[in-house]
Design a protein around this ligand. Structure first.
Ligand SMILES: [Zn+2]
Length: 324
């Protein structure tokens, strides 16, 4: 017997009822906090005259340029205080979009270098982020994560990441940016410290590089979950490795399609991954750029006719921690 929420989710898919879909609790566990909002809403609120991007990035550098355009608003020219205030307003956009789409649980990742806006005062940063999270607590459960830009100098990373890990405020660790730069070996000691601190271990892998890189990242960093991980579908051995280890992949179909790693929803490797016993969740990644919400992703997957409503419901449930 299915619970009412699962039944509603299935009805929403079958009837294309967006309102009903948005009333069913869903999780977003692959979400970059400064880039998770709605483009139109943000530019309007910030008073910016920016044209929305093309949603097509044949090269990762073109995608990075797009991020730079968005982040030039907080980072270019303003004072430290203004930069933080503007970043803060981008976080609010992320939470507002998630809530408007019916997301009830989110794991947003904050960058460890945000600590520089507080002159390395970890307590003050945590209080500021924590107060904002608290202000949303009646509407959404927010589990903050701390993240590492893998392209940054390791000494700079160490300077900011260790105080964040030691703070106990962040519940998980993530590693992101162009995975062709900054091999997992560079971060092993940081992941060890995070494990010791009881944090969940995540990292981006297999978005651009191959299946072996996914396995290597999981083994070296002792990952609990992989952000993307889709190239694992090209190797039976790596899929068996992930399935045996019950390592969840937090997948973002629109991100993969727009970054030209996958042609369409129909050919997305999610189908192959599920067929090989891999646990997956579906998420948004950078909604302000991709222009797609969690509900859009579920409808698009359903429209391929490749997934049963039960499978999609299981994917929905996979995003929640067992304790919820
Ligand atoms: Zn990501």
């Amino acid at each position: 017997m299915k619970d009412q929420k699962s039944l509603d989710f299935i009805t929403a898919l079958e009837t294309g009822d967006r309102d009903l879909m948005q009333r069913v609790p869903r999780a977003d566990v692959h979400n970059h906090v400064a880039l998770g909002g709605d483009f139109q809403s943000w530019t309007k609120r910030a008073g910016l005259d920016l044209k929305e991007g093309k949603h097509h990035f044949p090269d990762f550098t073109i995608f990075q340029d797009e991020i730079e355009i968005i982040l030039s608003y907080p980072y270019k020219n303003p004072t430290k205080k203004q930069t933080w205030d503007r970043l803060f307003s981008l976080f609010a956009e992320t939470y507002e979009l998630a809530i408007s789409d019916g997301i009830s649980y989110i794991e947003p990742v904050y960058d460890s270098t945000f600590l520089d806006f507080f002159d390395m005062n970890t307590e003050l940063m945590i209080k500021t982020i924590g107060d904002q999270i608290d202000s949303y607590k009646s509407r959404i459960t927010i589990m903050p994560e701390i993240g590492i830009m893998r392209t940054f100098n390791i000494k700079d990373v160490e300077r900011t990441i260790f105080p964040c890990i030691e703070s106990g405020f962040f519940k998980a660790l993530d590693l992101y940016a162009d995975e062709r730069v900054g091999p997992p070996e560079n971060f092993k000691h940081i992941y060890k410290a995070a494990k010791k601190a009881g944090m969940k271990l995540k990292a981006h892998a297999g978005e651009l590089l191959d299946a072996d890189f996914v396995q290597r990242s999981v083994e070296i960093l002792n990952l609990d979950e992989v952000q993307h991980g889709i190239s694992a579908a090209n190797s039976k051995d790596v899929m068996t490795f992930l399935a045996d280890r019950q390592t969840r992949l937090n997948i973002c179909p629109s991100s993969n399609i727009q970054l030209c790693q996958v042609d369409s929803y129909k050919t997305h490797p999610l189908r192959i991954l599920l067929d090989n016993g891999i646990k997956a969740s579906v998420n948004t990644d950078d909604a302000i750029i991709f222009g797609r919400k969690s509900s859009d992703e579920f409808f698009s997957l359903y429209e391929t006719d490749l997934y049963s409503t039960e499978e999609l419901n299981q994917i929905r449930l996979n995003g929640f921690p067992d304790t919820l």
